[in-house]
Design a protein around this ligand. Structure first.
Ligand SMILES: Cc1cc2nc3c(=O)[nH]c(=O)nc-3n(C[C@H](O)[C@H](O)[C@H](O)COP(=O)(O)OP(=O)(O)OC[C@H]3O[C@@H](n4cnc5c(N)ncnc54)[C@H](O)[C@@H]3O)c2cc1C
Length: 346
């Protein structure tokens, strides 16, 4: 039987160090725990009608300050197995509770390419498909083969193929129509044995970093090292400065909107996409709205990266939301663009 705790403090699970209490809380560490979870959900007792919230590492959620009426299920299912192999690739099945960056490190050590540009992202494997984690030109969707899920309503376990996950930029079926429907148990990723050029190498900052170290033809470990070092210089460590990474998505706008901004800021670096669209770095918008390093109550816009909001230690989730609203308002007034928040609010 699952051990269910009551009124569990949330801050310990939140990289932003905000949140009240989970009404109910449990840990799932093996697949065999699911029938027990199903029995609880089906039971007419006190858990009836209480929604299940799936918790990974808590690095992409803004938790509310009050008692949140959910059964929070923390996923700690482990596992790392090679399930298929060819001359070109290796498919590995990884448990949802594995720490993402430990998996990246392991695959890089195995000489498999694919994850190196995604080095240093906090959180768990189970959350990686949810927002289709991405960094330095890579998105995890390009490595995902299938996602093994437990369906909360039926208690069934099955696989969802990549094509059915509806992956988009920081988005998937798990954030939309399937939200609250599944618990991800494991993910099968396909990694290359043949080293393909890493997306991180198309970033001038990464190339400069490697050049300064005198590295000409970087191997996977050197690319991973460069990405981690650069991330450390731009992103605050949540243990010292509580945060959830990028607080806003990079807005995608019509070219004409971008051209208008470029008239005033001809040196700005925006990214042309297909279909007359342009991606504008949200951090650039916030910085050029004069907000970089600014304190908004107990919340500050990080002085090295305007995309990150930092809790000074005393912020409540209400403070975070107020600061977010203020930033959205000021950016909208200045550029006419409405920023969209990246982390989930619970
Ligand atoms: C300093 C910092 C840097 C970051 N950099 C990046 C970055 O470069 N790129 C990027 O994409 N993200 C980044 N993030 C955001 C975050 O690390 C990722 O979104 C990560 O995948 C969240 O993992 P988690 O385990 O902490 O998920 P949580 O925060 O616990 O959960 C996030 C969402 O996923 C759901 N979920 C979690 N596990 C499961 C599961 N097993 N089954 C079903 N649903 C589940 C939760 O219900 C929730 O909706 C950063 C965060 C921080 C703090």
């Amino acid at each position: 039987m699952l051990n269910i705790e009551e009124y569990v403090d949330i801050k310990q699970f939140s990289s932003l160090k905000v949140g009240g209490q989970f009404r109910y809380f449990s840990i799932i560490s093996k697949k065999e725990d699911f029938p027990s979870l199903y029995a609880i959900a089906e039971d007419d007792g006190k858990y009836k009608g209480v929604p299940i919230f799936v918790l990974g590492g808590g690095s992409n959620v803004v938790f509310s300050d009050e008692v949140i009426n959910v059964l929070a299920v923390k996923i700690e299912i482990k596992g790392f197995d090679i399930v298929r192999e060819s001359d070109d690739y290796t498919d590995i099945k990884v448990g949802a509770g594995e720490v993402w960056d430990e998996v990246v490190s392991r695959t890089v050590d195995m000489g498999l390419s694919g994850f190196e540009s995604l080095s240093g992202i906090p959180g768990t494997v189970g959350a990686s498909p949810v927002q289709n984690i991405g960094a330095y030109g890579s998105e995890v969707k390009d490595m995902i083969q299938e996602v093994e899920v437990y369906e909360i309503e039926t208690g069934k376990i099955f696989n969802i193929l990549n094509k059915d996950c509806k992956f988009e930029y920081r988005d998937s079926i798990f954030k939309n129509e399937a939200k609250g429907k599944y618990i991800i148990i494991s993910v099968v990723y396909r990694l290359n044995k043949i080293i393909s050029p890493s997306t991180a190498l198309s970033y001038p900052g990464v190339m400069k970093f490697l050049e300064e170290k005198g590295i000409q033809n970087p191997n996977l470990k050197q690319i991973r090292g460069a990405v981690i070092d650069i991330r450390k210089s731009k992103l605050p460590n949540p243990k010292e400065k509580p945060n959830v990474g990028s607080f806003f998505k990079n807005p995608i706008v019509l070219n004409e909107v971008a051209y208008k901004i470029l008239e005033e800021f001809p040196n700005a670096k925006f990214f042309s996409l297909k279909d007359d669209l342009t991606k504008i770095p949200a951090g650039w918008l916030i910085e050029n709205a004069g907000l970089k390093g600014v304190s908004l109550g107990h919340v500050s816009v990080y002085d090295k990266n305007a995309l990150v909001l930092v809790n000074d230690g005393d912020a409540t989730s209400e403070d975070i939301i107020k600061a977010r609203n203020e930033i959205v308002r000021i950016v909208k007034d200045k550029f006419g663009i409405t920023l969209e928040q990246e982390p989930e609010i619970l």
